[in-house]
Design a protein around this ligand. Structure first.
Ligand code: CO
Length: 133
């Protein structure tokens, strides 16, 4: 068993401030962490929910994958982060089970995590991110 928790649910939004404000009004959530991840061309805001997060994501540049996602699909569920104890071993197990990697090897994610993405076409239409804290 590689998974220890649902780490976060990533939601792509056009207006990060509006999405943060709406979640605060609707659910009383506060931003636990905020970060611009240059490599991925995104700015994220993490709303803590018990031991997990709702991750609001918005693109910081036109050519970011999240910008392309918004163009194609509009706002909405973008990916699910599965928390794992060991990203490399969880990635190897998923690849052995037929998952196709977006990241061939684990790489740095936000808030100091180590992550690897699995392609949605190999994961029942869902972009899965393996997240090691
Ligand atoms: Co994520």
């Amino acid at each position: 068993m590689e998974l220890t928790e649902v780490d976060h649910v990533g939601i792509a939004v056009r207006d990060l401030e509006a999405a943060i404000a709406w979640h605060r009004e609707a659910f009383g959530t506060e931003v636990a962490h905020r970060e611009v991840v240059e490599r991925d061309g995104v700015e994220e805001a993490l709303l803590a929910v018990a031991g997990s997060f709702v991750q609001l994501l918005t693109p910081t540049r036109e050519d970011s994958p999240v910008a392309r996602f918004l163009e194609r699909h509009g706002e909405g569920l973008h990916h699910v982060g599965y928390r794992v104890a060991d990203c490399a071993s969880a990635l190897a197990a998923a690849l052995a089970a037929g998952a196709q990697p977006v990241d061939e090897v684990p790489r740095p994610g936000s808030r100091g995590t180590t992550v690897a993405f699995l392609h949605p076409r190999s994961c029942f239409g869902t972009l899965i991110e393996l997240v090691q804290e």
